[in-house]
Design a protein around this ligand. Structure first.
Ligand code: WTA
Length: 634
């Protein structure tokens, strides 16, 4: 045990926050919510009709107002220091962002967008993505941002599910020097969708695009719309956004977040975790298409009036030093990234970061996947030069904001490389066994949340029943996270990966069921099973096992077809690393695929003790299935 070496303090010691939170968590969150600007105070802090929570009921608030209007006393302060992949650079101040957002809000209004309507945003990492989100929030439209790496089929499903009236996209976006033609994807996605009224197109790359009757240009809207648009006072429980995420069933789930609770959670965690000061330059590398981008690129920093760097492209393009060049150029003080990115940078070698001046850094963070202790230590030494605390932040799309993390803005604690440390104040998290009993120290169990928290999802869009069954049916009264964890003897939490059929590929969340349904829709495939195996950089890589239909032969063409089917159904991020063709899949008696067994085969591991793991299957059957597949493959 070596925590003493990693006890880096930033001089904060606000013990009152923790003691207040432990006395009465509802009152505590009310005191935090008061830091935001409300049009009308709430009547009830928490209405808890398990499993549905409504925070700050009766209160009126607006996210865009809290992100922009309240900062207009310093309107020349940079909000976004934007860098394009092609080295274009712009600074957008709080004043400019405010004006652009109001124009786009007015533009949306003139297209008939009203409170509660859904607007799909499918844009690259350009400042306009934030403008679009805040413009929706300002008028009470519910935004649904789709990561720009998703395919036309994925966009189609999400637009249909959310019934979006308007789509905001770009002609294209830059990624590794190549232009990704986003407008083309949207055209394919919305063919025959009559309810989509307009497509607003930003000319990011100026490539030629096909023009349809529904198309309008972003530039025209911004030019022609007035720049004054008041923020709509919205109920605290009014939905701010839908964000689709992978679940254990074939279709992605629309996680629905409210306004008042979500903003309270972000405003609090952004300050506690990042210790944000007026002089800081913050940089989170997440794409806005994922929840980290929503919470800690779009809303968190703006609520706190922070200056942040936003970068459009790949982190190692055009060279392996791109990230460090950005940190040096903008004198970044707070850097928040993923274990996948860090593993990649570490592999490129120390000489690259060592040749840059990274002395402005004072705080480092990671998110999205477990971080290996070696990588944590490398981050601490080579990037942080032994002087920056690292926050390993555990949370989910559904939790809205951080739930487990060191909080250097509040307190100094000894850090343990690889542990997300403790719950944030006001949340109650535990590791429990199958019966819901807290496990003994150092014993693996399931991570659960035992009380409602302000950032929690309202429900799944249009599907309360699924919300209940996915998160609240495994344990009565506890939210089930789907993660394995242990709590050590000092009370530190260690995350051990997913306990369900969700993969984390380079930090991106992908459901095995989604991939399998794409694979079996190929004409030659009868059955498919997908699992994740450890990958040196990405954390996990996708492996697929396929059973072909009678008479279909294995060939390179078939293999390529299957790969491109996944890319077009889900997106390039979901491409399997390897496909194995087998004669049958190992299943339990209840018909569940034995993924652990497949994983062991693909990783060339021994079968191990799976007797307790594969519900309803006898050890001998598992062993036989294992040997059978192994023989076919080796
Ligand atoms: C995983 C990302 C270990 C976890 C914010 C969780 C982590 C899932 C960590 C949610 C961490 C996130 N350590 N694992 N610090 N942070 N995870 O919805 O499995 O994309 O359930 O949200 O990522 O992924 P999501």
């Amino acid at each position: 045990m070596e925590p003493a070496k990693f006890s880096i303090g930033l001089g904060n010691n606000d013990a009152k926050i923790r003691s207040d939170a432990s006395k009465d968590y509802v009152e505590f969150w009310a005191s935090q919510a008061k830091r935001l600007s409300w049009f009308k105070a709430w009547d009830t802090t928490l209405e808890w009709n398990p499993p549905f929570a409504r925070w700050f009921v009766g209160g009126k608030i607006n996210a865009s107002y809290n992100a922009l209007d309240i900062h207009q006393n310093q309107k020349d302060k940079p909000a976004i220091l934007w860098e394009g992949e092609n080295e274009e650079r712009h600074t957008i101040t709080y004043g400019e962002l405010f004006s652009d957002v109001q124009k786009v809000s007015n533009g949306l209004k003139s297209l008939g967008v009203e409170k509660g309507d859904r607007v799909t945003i499918y844009l690259p990492m350009v400042p306009e993505i934030m403008v679009a989100m805040l413009a929706c929030a300002r008028i009470g439209a519910i935004h649904t941002v789709i990561f720009s790496g998703f395919s036309a089929a994925s966009v189609h499903d999400r637009v249909v599910d959310s019934q979006s009236k308007i789509i905001i996209t770009a002609d294209g976006g830059y990624r590794r020097g190549v232009i990704v033609k986003l407008k083309e994807v949207v055209d394919a996605a919305i063919e025959n969708l009559d309810f989509v009224q307009n497509v607003i197109v930003l000319r990011r790359t100026k490539i030629p695009i096909s023009q349809n009757k529904k198309d309008l240009f972003w530039e025209d809207i911004v030019r022609d719309s007035p720049d004054v648009c008041g923020a709509e006072p919205l109920e605290s429980t009014h939905p701010l956004y839908i964000l689709y995420t992978s679940g254990t069933t074939g279709k992605p789930k629309g996680v629905l977040h409210d306004t008042g609770g979500y903003l309270t959670h972000l405003h609090s965690t952004f300050r506690w975790a990042f210790d944000i000061k007026d002089s800081d330059v913050y940089f989170c590398t997440a794409d806005i298409g994922w929840v980290t981008g929503h919470s800690y690129v779009a809303y968190g920093p703006l609520l706190c009036g922070a200056t942040q760097v936003m970068y459009e492209g790949a982190p190692d393009y055009p060279s392996q030093s791109r990230m460090w060049d950005i940190l040096q150029r903008y004198k970044v003080t707070i850097f928040y990234t993923t274990p996948t990115a860090l593993r990649m940078f570490m592999k490129y070698g120390d000489a690259i970061p060592n040749s840059f001046d990274l002395s402005s850094l004072r705080l480092l963070g990671t998110v999205g996947e477990p971080i290996n202790p070696e990588v944590w230590k490398w981050y601490f030494r080579t990037i942080g030069k032994d002087k920056c605390p690292i926050i390993d932040t555990w949370w989910q799309t559904e939790t809205g904001g951080m739930m487990l993390s060191p909080l250097p803005g509040l307190e100094t604690i000894p850090l343990k490389p690889g542990s997300a440390t403790f719950p944030i104040p006001g949340v109650d998290i535990a590791v429990v066994d199958d019966a819901g009993k807290e496990t003994l120290p150092d014993t693996k169990g399931y991570l659960v949340i035992r009380k409602p928290w302000p950032g929690m999802l309202l429900t799944l869009w249009g599907d309360d029943e699924k919300y209940k069954s996915v998160y609240w049916s495994k344990y009565s009264g506890f939210y089930y996270t789907g993660d394995y964890a242990i709590k050590d003897g000092d009370g530190y939490f260690w995350l051990l990966g997913r306990a369900d059929d969700i993969l984390k590929i380079a930090g991106h969340r992908i459901g095995t069921a989604e991939l399998e349904s794409s694979l079996v829709s190929h004409r030659g495939v009868a059955e498919a099973a997908v699992c994740g195996i450890p990958h040196e950089i990405k954390g996990e890589a996708i492996i697929a096992f396929l059973v072909l239909k009678e008479g279909i032969k294995v060939s390179e063409t078939l293999q390529n077809e299957v790969m491109s089917k996944v890319r077009s159904d889900v997106g390039a991020i979901a491409t399997p690393q390897q496909i194995y063709f087998v004669s049958k899949l190992p299943k339990t008696r209840s018909g569940k695929i034995m993924r652990r067994l497949l994983r062991a085969i693909a990783s060339n591991e021994k079968i191990g003790d799976v007797s307790t793991l594969e519900d309803g299957a006898a050890v001998s059957e598992i062993q036989a299935a294992f040997d059978d597949i192994k023989n076919q493959i080796s």
